[in-house]
Design a protein around this ligand. Structure first.
Ligand code: PLP
Length: 402
């Protein structure tokens, strides 16, 4: 018997476990310090009240209706698909029901989509990156090349000249850098994909945060995007569905490769590997798209962004970050005094009791950088901002972003 050696290429380091061990050792040695965790990747506010009520009602309904206790429709219940179509229609974007697939979170589709393509295909990933893009590409045998985000390009890489890949991963607002790609840069990527016969897998998991930007537009408002872009969305972040598990993927009818409609091929793959999302969860998601749901989500977004802004201001003042605006719960900054990411993690924890995330876990372009998130209470964010300023403000001259 032979194992799939592509899977053996994946790193088996559990970074969360390493961080948790360091935090518990620190707490043991410093029992009086109140630790502030800015390494949360999941939203901590509960899902909106209307989601709660809709799910309770759906649960009652399914007690009395045997149909609702059966396996759900593979692509999603029509009521949720129609709700998503209406949501896009408000932005003047026309979607069709054959283009939408309800999933149990963005991660499964962001990675599963690579299975539609032969191992000979090449993949382009912007770095630093969410490890799922890289791991799913190499575990399906594909060669990966990186396009780097760094301070000089404002953390927003442009498409490379004279280089192409079959599949391009983009994420905006980006995890981990927090960068929001302006529409003109997204247009460059769409044009690049069309010219080079590439497919963009666009991870819009953080889109709720970008919606606060007055000029923000969906990628599908860009001419040609529906010919080359698959968009994956998640309700895990601002809507608080990280535990409920729900997202959706848009695969436009216009994407046809070798006479095969990509969404037909995805449906085949889903028949093999997916069982759908529960009625109760989909009813909750429908409520999240209601007027009341959107208002509550907007309140969550404002809460997280005000935390992120507070923390960003301190890092900008310390010369470690030059983010001019905030459209994401993620904050990306440079380590002071040329420290490595893990040295900086230890330095910040030891001197402030604040837990951050080493940037190096997002690929080699992340080395020398750190990430933190605004998924916390206002009080915690204020405490962390004060402690970080006390530590990093003094090192601002040596740590200035260059
Ligand atoms: N995409 C990005 C960029 C993420 O950061 C995450 C989760 O943190 C996901 C996708 C996965 O989202 P989901 O919870 O919907 O699977």
């Amino acid at each position: 018997m032979k194992l799939n050696t592509d899977l053996l290429k994946l790193s088996d380091t559990d970074f969360a476990a390493i961080i948790n061990k360091k935090v518990s050792d620190y707490q043991y040695a410093n029992p009086d310090t109140v630790i502030v965790r800015l390494d949360n990747e999941d939203a901590y506010l509960p899902f909106p009240n209307c989601v709660h009520s809709a799910m309770q009602a759906a649960l009652e309904e399914s007690l009395n209706d045997p149909q609702l206790r059966c396996t759900p429709p593979l692509r999603g219940y029509p009521f949720l698909i129609d709700t998503i179509i209406a949501h896009y229609a408000e932005k003047n974007i026309q979607l069709f029901d054959t283009e939408i697939f309800i999933n149990d979170g963005a991660k499964c589709d962001v990675s599963g989509l690579t299975e539609l393509f032969d191992g000979d295909n090449t993949v382009m990933i912007t770095e630093p990156f969410d490890s799922v893009y890289y791991h799913s590409s190499i575990s399906s045998g594909k060669a990966v090349r990186f396009v780097r985000a760094h301070e000089k390009n404002g953390l927003i890489p442009r498409p490379p000249k004279n280089e192409r890949a079959d599949i391009i991963y983009l994420c905006s607002p980006c995890n981990p850098t927090g960068a929001l790609y302006p529409t003109e840069v997204l247009k460059e990527w769409v044009d690049h994909a069309l010219e080079n016969n590439s497919l963009i897998i666009y991870d819009a998991s953080y889109e709720d945060f970008a919606c606060m930007e007055p000029n923000h537009k969906s990628i599908y408002s860009i001419e040609g995007a529906k010919k080359c872009t698959v968009q994956v969305c998640s309700l895990s972040k601002a809507a608080g569905f990280a535990n409920l598990r729900l997202g959706y993927t848009v695969i436009p009818n216009n994407i046809v490769i070798d006479s095969t409609r990509l969404n037909q091929l995805w449906l085949q793959r889903e028949r093999l590997k997916f069982n759908g999302v529960s009625y109760v969860t989909q009813k909750g998601a429908q409520a999240a798209f209601s007027k009341e749901g959107k208002e509550e989500i907007e309140m969550h977004v404002k809460h997280y962004l005000s935390n992120t802004r507070l923390l960003t201001e301190v890092l900008v003042k310390a010369g470690l970050c030059d983010q001019s605006f905030v459209a994401s719960p993620n904050v990306w900054f440079k380590c002071p005094q040329n420290m490595s990411s893990w040295e900086c993690f230890d330095y910040i924890l030891k001197n402030t009791g604040v837990v951050t995330i080493p940037g190096s876990i997002f690929g080699s372009a992340g080395e020398g950088h750190m990430k933190l998130t605004g998924y916390t209470t206002r009080e915690n964010a204020s405490v962390a901002a004060r402690r970080l300023w006390q530590l990093l403000g003094s090192s601002s001259e040596t740590g200035a972003v260059n």
